[in-house]
Write a protein that binds this ligand. Structure first.
Ligand SMILES: Cc1cc2nc3c(=O)[nH]c(=O)nc-3n(C[C@H](O)[C@H](O)[C@H](O)COP(=O)(O)O)c2cc1C
Length: 340
C-alpha cells in the first residue's frame, strides 16, 4: 500500500535522480543502530528457524545470512551496505568497480517501463574507482555493523579507455584493492555498456584475465571464490566452451546473467526485469546440466515463487535488482521468509 503510493510519486521523476536520492536515504538509514532496528522492525518477520545462516558448499563453504542478494549495479560504490540486512538481504554485490574512477555515459541513461516491470540502462560503469570503494568497505567492515554472515561480493570491470588487450591488468588492479575485504569476486565481461567488453567472453580472451586475478590472490591469506558474470545472449556452444574451462580456471561459478542488450530512447543499453525471467530460467537449466560449479541466478526474479524456483532449478544463490524497484523495499525480506 505505502509502496504503491510512493511508487506513483517516484515514477513521475527521473529514474536516475530517484536512484541517487534512494542511495542517500539508504546510506542515512544505515548510519544509526536506531534506524537500522526500525527498518528491521517494520519489515516481514523471518522466523527463527530461517534466521540460521546457510552454508554454500560451492562457494568454498561460506555461510550466508540467506540466499537472496542485491545484484551488482544498484550499490556501485558500496554506500548502502549497512542497511541492506534490515530489508532482508543476505548478501550484496557491489560495483561494477573499475581501477580508476569514471563518470559513465552521458544522462539520461536509466529508464523504467513500469507497466512491463522492466528497466533499461546505459550507465557505463560510473563508479568512484577501486581504491575509494575499498576504503569505504574497509570502514564498514571495521565499524562492525554488518552481521557476520552478511556477505559482500565485489564485481570487477575494466575502465572504458582500457583496450581489450590490456584489460587483464584492470581486473587484476581492481582485485588488488580488495584484499582481505571481499567475500567473493565477480569478473564482469558482460555489460553491454562498455564498448568491446562482451567480446571478452571467449576462452582465449578470458585466459589472461582470470589467470591475472588468480595470480593476484595467490598470496592472500584467504582466497575468495571467483565468479564470471555472463550475458544472456551467449549461445549454448559459447556457454559450453566457457563451462569446460571453469575448473581449469579455478572458478567457483557463474553469475547468470547480465542485462539483455537492446535499443531504447535513441541509444543502446541493457534491459532488465521481467523481460529476462524466461531467458534467465532457461540459462540456469542449461548451465546446471553442463557445470558442477556454483550458480548465482539473476534476471527477472519478480516473486518469492520465482526465487524458490531458481533454487529448485539448481541455483546456489539468487539476486534481484529490478524486482526490488518494482516490488518495494521489503521484497527481499518477503523472499527470505519463504526460503529454506
Ligand atoms: C541500472 C542498472 C545498473 C546495472 N549495473 C550493473 C553493473 O554495474 N554491473 C553488473 O554486473 N550488472 C549490472 N546490472 C545488471 C544487474 O546486476 C542484473 O544482472 C540485471 O539487472 C538482471 O537482474 P534483474 O532483472 O533483477 O534486474 C545493472 C542493472 C541495472 C538495472
Amino acid at each position: 500500500m505505502v509502496w504503491s503510493a510512493l511508487k506513483r510519486i517516484f515514477f513521475q521523476l527521473d529514474a536516475e535522480a530517484v536512484h541517487h536520492l534512494s542511495i542517500r536515504v539508504l546510506a542515512l538509514l544505515g548510519k544509526s543502530s536506531w534506524s537500522r532496528s526500525m527498518v528491521t522492525f517494520l519489515g516481514p518477520r523471518v522466523s527463527s528457524g530461517k534466521k540460521n545462516p546457510v552454508r554454500v558448499p560451492r562457494m568454498k563453504n561460506l555461510n550466508f545470512q540467506n540466499r537472496i542478494g542485491l545484484a551488482a549495479g544498484f550499490d556501485k560504490n558500496g554506500e548502502v551496505l549497512p542497511i541492506l540486512p534490515a530489508f532482508g538481504f543476505g548478501f550484496a554485490e557491489i560495483g561494477t568497480v573499475t581501477p580508476r574512477p569514471q563518470p559513465g555515459n552521458p544522462r539520461p541513461r536509466l529508464f523504467r517501463v513500469p507497466e512491463k516491470e522492466i528497466l533499461f540502462n546505459r550507465m557505463g560503469f560510473n563508479n568512484l574507482g577501486a581504491e575509494l570503494v575499498a576504503l569505504g568497505l574497509k570502514r564498514v567492515r571495521e565499524s562492525g555493523v554488518l552481521p557476520p554472515d552478511f556477505r559482500v561480493g565485489v564485481n570487477l570491470g575494466k575502465n572504458k579507455d582500457t583496450s581489450a588487450e590490456e584489460s587483464a591488468q584492470d581486473y587484476r588492479l581492481g582485485a588488488r584493492a580488495f584484499e582481505g575485504l571481499v567475500d567473493y569476486f565477480v569478473i564482469n565481461v558482460s555489460s553491454p555498456n562498455t564498448p568491446g567488453l562482451r567480446s571478452l567472453q571467449t576462452v582465449d580472451a578470458l585466459n589472461p584475465i582470470v589467470l591475472g586475478v588468480n595470480e593476484e590472490m595467490r598470496l592472500w591469506k584467504n582466497t575468495p571464490p571467483l565468479f564470471l558474470k555472463l550475458a544472456p545472449e551467449l549461445t549454448e556452444t559459447q556457454l559450453k566452451d566457457l563451462f569446460s574451462q571453469g575448473n581449469r580456471w579455478g572458478l567457483s561459478g557463474w553469475v547468470l546473467s547480465n542485462t539483455l542488450a537492446g535499443q531504447h530512447q535513441g541509444g543502446s543499453g541493457g534491459w532488465s526485469g521481467k523481460i529476462l525471467t524466461e531467458r534467465s530460467r532457461e540459462l540456469l537449466k542449461f548451465a546446471r546440466g553442463h557445470t558442477d560449479l556454483g550458480i548465482i541466478s539473476v534476471g527477472g526474479i519478480d516473486s518469492p515463487e520465482e526465487a524458490n524456483l531458481r533454487l529448485e532449478l539448481g541455483a546456489d544463490l539468487v539476486q534481484v535488482y529490478s524486482g526490488w524497484i518494482f516490488n518495494g523495499p521489503y521484497f527481499p525480506g518477503r523472499i527470505a521468509q519463504t526460503l529454506n
